[in-house]
Design a protein around this ligand. Structure first.
Ligand SMILES: Cc1cc2nc3c(=O)[nH]c(=O)nc-3n(C[C@H](O)[C@H](O)[C@H](O)COP(=O)(O)OP(=O)(O)OC[C@H]3O[C@@H](n4cnc5c(N)ncnc54)[C@H](O)[C@@H]3O)c2cc1C
Ligand code: FES
Length: 587
């Protein structure tokens, strides 16, 4: 007979972890007597990070005595107390290999339904004092599971657990967990999982993404259930020598480089909007610098064009603008990135400011090459005519489209700039400008410019009802960090790590523009990135969740621990990777 052995609750608190503060309620204490279980929580319980835990679908976390005994043997430990695995209910029976998603159980006065396995994260590793735990729980197929509360009521230790309904499809917690996190998921099993109404919406959307990936022709790599499609837009790692065939001045601060192969091998045709990474050597006696540049020309022109704005004191852009000559040979990565023009019939809004024009200009070229009849809105902001690159080129391209609209704004026009021909209005671009122009809200929006510009427009468009998945943005810098539960994280600009200089291969964080030496004191590339305050994303830190999956621009790594499922080819999982040679990462 299954039985509730202990009811455990805990409120979030701040704990110290690796010199940082983590807000977590993974510590649960057993309670005496009976407690009311409500739709969202047991009285006296709460979650620290509602993005990863808690909510209606994850109201009560269940873990089994049988797994306690298993881990005591496996980890050679005997110091476990109830709540050890962060669970609310410690139970006898209800094994992960027997309980099915959708099963319903009555315990005391409450009725519960099984919604999903545990979402594994680093905090269970902190609680267990063993950072491998998130990976071990999945690998050994003992994740535990969540209950949704169907009828609120009181429960207490000793209550009998009575099964009142069986989940359709009879898919166990252990098998559903393996479907998402382990390789080799069968399409039929994913379809079965999707037929279980009780499966939580988060897991349903992961399985839908996996099915979509399976439906695509060609061999796709990586786990679409765990990473966003953007992260799967990879390319073969490595650099290729390309010759500077032409240098064109586009505005007072922007020059374009036309890059051609030095051999007979044709260039990979990029998707409109993608970028390449350049390995440049501004100083012969200094290490190379790595910088990303969007391709600004017609995608299948047979050459690449990049357009670089000279930044004050900017190392790479000053070198490109003042030192490079035609005939020079550069190391250039394969095109990569997911800021790409999607097909379809919707109107297209290409919205940029300054040198952010480059990827959307490539999209404009692509639309003209396709003889697109889609309504195209070209909206561009610059300071003045002197800082308006590609004015003539865009004018000519737009004239070739049957359904094009153009609006150019200068924030500080020069006296010589002609209103009505050089520009249409004075001032900075805002969402109100789009509204006044009558830009259709059902458009696909492509935005490129400084981070505050992207944040303002994204928020403004969403406020006006534009679906977030139709707003595509490219920032010319690092992404945002995702560090679940960590509070008061450093906002220092990226820097070389403090302490002794590493003795290993050189590691370049291309978006950040930082190159440092690998040191054996770091357990992983994630730890090195953190020591440099490079923005990073992670959750499990042991190769399970793929949150840290990043582009591998060049180099190679080995893993310890080995990820449970491999990242997409051309990507790496930084949380468990160590470099084998000089390595460039898209971070
Ligand atoms: C996906 C992607 C696509 C991109 N596409 C383009 C593109 O199409 N065109 C383009 O021009 N750029 C693009 N970038 C940006 C580009 O990669 C570089 O960041 C940019 O060229 C600046 O590099 P830098 O070496 O010249 O500047 P850095 O030397 O890296 O300096 C960075 C910033 O710090 C400032 N700075 C440096 N030293 C000092 C100092 N001593 N005092 C004060 N300020 C200082 C510089 O002005 C600059 O603004 C893109 C970036 C990404 C991630
Ligand atoms: S953080 Fe989960 S796989 Fe790297």
């Amino acid at each position: 007979m299954a039985r509730l052995v202990s009811v455990n609750v805990g409120l979030p608190r701040e704990i110290s972890w690796r010199g940082q503060t983590v807000y977590t309620s993974v510590w649960k204490e057993p309670i005496q007597g009976r407690r009311l279980v409500r739709l969202l929580n047991i009285d006296g319980d709460a979650q620290g990070d509602l993005a990863g835990h808690g909510g209606e679908q994850r109201a009560v976390f269940v873990y089994q005595m049988d797994s306690y005994r298993y881990w005591e043997r496996e980890l050679q430990r005997s110091n476990f107390t109830f709540g050890q695995f962060g669970e609310n209910f410690t139970v006898e029976g209800l094994a992960d290999s027997e309980v099915c998603i959708g099963d319903r159980y009555r315990i005391g006065g409450a009725l519960f339904e099984v919604t999903q396995p545990r979402v594994t994260c680093y905090r269970v590793g902190i609680r267990m004092d063993d950072p491998r735990m998130p990976s071990l729980l999945v690998k050994h197929r003992r994740p535990g599971f969540y209950f949704r509360v169907i009828e609120e009521g009181e429960v207490g230790a000793g209550d009998e657990i009575i099964q009142v309904a069986e989940g359709p499809e009879h898919l166990t917690v252990a098998s559903v967990d393996a479907l998402l996190y382990l390789p080799g998921a069968a399409k039929e099993d994913i379809e079965r999982a999707l037929r279980i109404p009780a499966l939580s919406p988060g897991w349903q959307s992961s399985f839908e993404a996996m099915l979509q990936q399976m439906a695509q022709p060609g061999s796709r790599t990586g786990n679409a259930g765990l990473v966003a499609p953007e992260q799967m837009a990879t390319a073969t790692p490595g650099f290729r020598s390309l010759k500077v065939a032409r240098i064109d001045r586009e505005s007072s601060h922007v020059v374009s480089l036309v890059l051609e192969p030095t051999d007979d091998r044709p260039l990979t045709v990029p998707q409109a909007g993608q970028f390449v990474v350049l390995r440049l050597r501004p100083q012969a006696d200094a290490p190379p610098v790595l910088r990303s540049y969007s391709l600004s020309g017609l995608p299948d022109a047979g050459h690449y064009r990049i357009s670089v704005k000279q930044e004050p004191h900017g190392v790479a852009s000053t070198y490109v603008s003042t030192q490079l000559r035609t005939g020079d040979v550069l190391d250039v990565s394969e095109p990569r990135g997911a800021f790409t023009l999607r097909s379809g019939d919707r109107p297209v809004v290409l919205l940029s400011v300054g040198v952010g024009v480059t990827p959307v200009l490539a999209m404009l070229h692509a639309l003209v090459a396709q003889a697109s009849v889609r309504p195209v809105w070209w909206i561009f902001g610059a300071r003045n005519g002197g800082e308006h690159p590609f004015a003539q080129e865009t004018h000519e391209l737009l004239a070739k489209l049957p359904n094009a609209h153009s609006h150019v704004q200068y924030s500080q026009p020069d006296p010589t700039d002609q209103s009505g021909s050089d520009f249409d209005a004075t001032g900075r671009l805002t969402v109100n400008v789009l509204e006044a122009l009558g830009v259709p809200l059902e458009s696909d929006f492509y935005l490129c410019g400084p981070s505050p510009f992207l944040a303002d427009f994204t928020a403004g468009l969403v406020d006006r009802g534009v679906a977030p998945d139709r707003i595509h943005t490219e920032a010319f810098g690092s992404g945002k960090s995702i560090t679940p539960g960590v509070t008061g994280a450093s906002h220092r600009a990226p820097h070389a790590p403090t302490g002794p200089v590493g003795e290993g291969p050189s590691i370049s964080f291309a978006r950040t523009g930082l190159t440092v030496a690998w040191g054996s004191r770091f357990q992983s590339l994630l730890e090195l990135a953190e020591a440099c305050d490079v923005p990073v994303r992670w959750s499990c830190r042991t190769g399970v969740c793929h949150m840290c999956e990043s582009g591998l621009i060049s180099g190679s790594v080995n893993y310890d621990p080995e990820p449970l499922d491999a990242p997409a080819v051309g990507n790496l999982l930084i949380c468990c990777a160590r470099p084998q040679e000089d390595t460039v990462i898209d971070l």
